[in-house]
Design a protein around this ligand. Structure first.
Ligand code: C2E
Ligand code: CA
Ligand code: CA
Ligand code: CA
Length: 279
């Protein structure tokens, strides 16, 4: 038995090594992709489902590597967070998306809002992050009051007074703050009363739990009510089914995002979507 245990340890070591090598390889490929500008930004519409109008878009990174193929953002964002590449990725998302959405807004009566995801890791130096946000918005001439920052509860959980100050700064500048994946973070709810935030984004897992006859809808209901009593906005992500939309509308949650309306798409494809919506 002892011998077998030893072998298991070796197998285990090999597994860990394989995992490490995979990550190292991915890091190298990602570095190259950033340098060669192979990272794309896709856009997913945010809808006001009362009138079926698009109110804004969320920027989502996409990467297809020659060797690795399509890599899910969940995977490469986490590698980027561990290796310091999250900041250059964020800069790509910011600059591409601000420039793109600005172009669309030049031709629109109602400007689209733009939401960008911010990793908790980026708040290790909150003051300089705020400075860079302001610089990029100014450089792209993007109106701060149409800009939204999406953070997760972990940003609030593991960070300091400085983070809170940074969020306040951003808000004073006109930017809105949304809590992404809301309800999955195990954090205390008390922060909602004191922290500078504007919107709760109900995690898609809760929306997907809502079935045909509205069973399993207790958590979305509770979050919608919570948002209302705290005078926060609320948006549902991951809306795939008509009955999920109906449930949300009945419960006064009008802002939605999900495959029912559109998947995240390239800029050109979003233009077709805009044309169809405005027609
Ligand atoms: P997220 O910010 O929660 O983004 C929502 C994810 O749900 C996106 O996955 C989107 O494609 C997907 N989604 C939207 N509607 C539906 C739906 O109706 N059904 C289902 N099943 N899924 C839907 P994606 O694009 O693969 O991104 C995954 C995660 O990667 C994001 O989750 C975010 O955490 C991270 N990510 C993507 N881009 C960035 C970025 O620029 N910066 C950072 N820090 N993270 C990013
Ligand atoms: Ca998000
Ligand atoms: Ca989310
Ligand atoms: Ca997420």
């Amino acid at each position: 038995a002892k011998k077998q245990g030893g072998n298991q340890a070796i197998v285990y070591d090999e597994e860990i090594n394989k995992e490490k090598n995979k990550k190292l390889r991915m890091e190298a490929r990602l570095r190259k992709a950033i340098k060669n500008q192979e990272i794309e930004v896709f856009y997913q519409p945010k809808i006001d489902a009362r009138a079926d109008v698009i109110t804004g878009v969320e920027a989502l990174l996409r990467w297809t590597d020659e060797e690795l193929g399509f890599v899910s953002p969940e995977v490469f964002v986490s590698v980027a967070e561990e290796t310091g590449l999250i900041h250059p990725l964020w800069e790509i998302a910011m600059k591409k998306a601000c420039t793109q959405v600005n172009k669309w807004n030049e031709q629109r009566e109602e400007p689209l809002s733009l939401a960008v995801n911010f990793s908790a890791k980026q708040f290790h130096d909150p003051a300089s992050l705020v400075k860079q946000v302001k610089e990029i918005l100014a450089e792209c001439q993007f109106a701060p009051n149409h800009f939204e920052v999406e953070i997760t509860e972990s940003t609030l959980l593991f960070n300091s007074e400085e983070t809170i100050k940074a969020l306040k700064d951003l808000r004073e500048y006109g930017i809105s703050i949304s809590i992404d994946d809301f309800g999955t973070g195990y954090s205390s709810l008390s922060y909602l009363k004191t922290l500078p935030i504007d919107c709760l984004k109900i995690d898609k897992s809760f929306i997907q739990d809502i079935k045909e006859n509205y069973c399993n809808s207790e958590i979305p209901s509770a979050i919608i009510n919570l948002a209302r009593s705290l005078r926060l906005e609320v948006i549902a992500e991951g809306v795939e089914e008509e009955y999920q939309k109906e449930f949300l509308l009945k419960n006064n949650c009008y802002h939605m995002q999900g495959y029912l309306f559109s998947r995240p798409v390239r800029g050109e494809e979003l233009e077709d979507f805009l044309a169809r919506m405005d027609a």
